[in-house]
Every structure is written in C-alpha cells, then in structure tokens.
Unconditional design. Structure first.
Length: 285
C-alpha cells in the first residue's frame, strides 16, 4: 500500500493544514470543499500560510512554489477517485462524517486508505459507513498542523496490519511523529488533556485560585507552555465543551463532565479567541 496521492476532505483550519503538510512533503494533494467559494477561501489561507513560512525562514521560496504546484482544490468528490489516502477534516458531526465517507466509498479506488482527523468520535463508528473498515484509521493532527509534530494513529479492531503500517509510514513521510492509540473517545491526548482543562474550571468555580494564578501556577510550577485557561481560549470553549460531552457519553465518569461555568460561557457566546472573549479578553484584529 504505497501512498503517492493524498486527498483531503475539508479546507478549513485543520484540512488546509493537512493539505499544506502533504504538499510540502512531496505528495500530490487534492483538497475538496462543498463549493467553489469555500475552496477559494481555504486555498487563500493555505497560500498565506506557505508565504508566512517563507517570511519566517522555515521554507525557501522555490520549495513553496513546488508545494503550491502539487495542490489542487476541487468541489467534485469524484476528483478524489485515484487518491491513495483520503483524510477527512470536516465538521465534528458523526452523521455528516458517515454520510461523507459512504459517498466517498463509492467513488474512490478500492485499495485506498481512509482516515479521519476526528478528535473525539471513535473511528469504528465512522468506518462502518464504508465497505473498507479494514483500510480505515484515525489520523489525528494537532493545530497548527504545519507546526505541531504529533499525529495520533488510531487503529480499530478491524484495521489491517497493512493499513496500519501504511498510516505510520505516511505520517513519517509528512515529517510528523506518530503515536499509536486505541479506538477510544479522546484517544491519548484528549483523554488526558480534557479532564485537566475541566478540572481547572472546577478549581476556579470552587475558589481555589484566580484564573491568572491558576495559569501562572501551571506555567511556572509545572513548566507548561501555557496555563489551562489560556489553552481553553486558544482551543475554543465550544470545542472543549463539545468534546467533553462526547467523552462523558462514552465513559460516564465525572472527570469528563463539563462544569456548569463552561456551559454557561458557551451559551453566552464567550468562546475564547475566536469570539474575542473567553476567560480572557482578546483582540479580534
């Protein structure tokens, strides 16, 4: 199972990042969106990211131009037919993912590998919408994709050894470091990270410390690059709330249950950096 051509479903923040990484690594890359307008917006952001990499000395102009030449944006799902790997990075909704993969399964060549970038849903429930659950894995990238080195490779009970080996090889081909996770909600990182973030909110609710002091304590006391509230604002309070609910539904453990304050802030539209206000105030320029 040799991977040469990569398809990416979705050209939002994560999809564009995955497409950029694949193209920079030398893979012919096709990124698909639901409309020409959305495709153009996604490619514009992707081109901006490549240009910034050149400005910062992370990429030379010639390599940028080569990467850009390997990229193609499409609307037609059939344009992914000859891809060896298709990575899905669409909305975090099980029904939408299953519907998309069922349609994709009908047009993409039989030997291709399918992967989902889901951060919270289990891979098995997505894979069973296709006729190739043995060639289906999770490839969970981290934001920002061009910068973050880790990819969680999720193997289900049905994933073949050949598909798993191909997934590990392509992740390394992207210049990333793979870790293997079982197909449990949250995989490795979010299973450990989400309860930590939720517990920080509970600690604040209970008066253990101020937002600023809790952040400072974890930065300076534990050497974390940022405190939990800064990270919550970066990730998005709505995203964390959504993931926590999915994980609580699966595990039924209190540590995965969203605290009341988190729910109230999401309902109030205080989502973090994306809305201009979360636990901190943010400029939206």
């Amino acid at each position: 199972m040799k991977i040469r051509k990569v398809g990416v479903l979705g050209c939002g923040l994560m999809g564009a990042g995955i497409a950029e990484v694949a193209a920079r690594a030398g893979f012919e890359t096709v990124v698909r969106e639901v409309s020409e307008e959305v495709v153009e917006k996604g490619l514009e952001k992707l081109r901006g990211s490549l240009d910034k990499a050149v400005e910062r000395g992370k990429l030379d102009a010639a390599e940028r131009d080569k990467a850009w030449g390997r990229l193609r944006g499409v609307v037609d799902l059939g344009a992914l037919a000859e891809c060896d790997l298709v990575v899905e990075a669409i909305v975090e909704n099980l029904d939408e993912k299953r519907k998309t993969f069922a349609a994709l399964d009908a047009v993409v060549k039989e030997g291709a590998l399918f992967a989902s970038n889901t951060s919270s849903l289990t891979i098995t429930q997505i894979a069973m919408a296709t006729r190739r659950p043995d060639r289906f894995v999770g490839l969970h990238f981290f934001n920002p994709v061009p910068v973050m080195k880790l990819v969680e490779v999720v193997r289900t009970l049905l994933t073949s050894q050949e598909a798993y080996d191909a997934a590990i090889e392509v992740v390394r081909g992207f210049g990333k470091e793979p870790v293997t996770a079982r197909d449990n909600s949250g995989f490795l990182v979010n299973r450990l990270l989400v309860p930590y973030l939720l517990d920080a909110v509970r600690a604040y609710e209970e008066g253990v410390g101020s937002i600023e002091d809790i952040d400072k304590a974890m930065q300076l006391g534990c050497g974390y690059p940022m405190g939990p509230f800064t990270l919550l604002d970066f990730v998005g309070l709505d995203t964390t709330y959504y993931i926590a609910n999915i994980m609580f539904d699966e595990y039924r453990e209190k540590r995965f249950a969203p605290p009341p304050l988190l729910k109230q802030m999401v309902l109030a539209g205080r989502l973090g950096r994306k809305s201009g206000r979360g636990f901190y105030e943010h400029s939206r320029k």
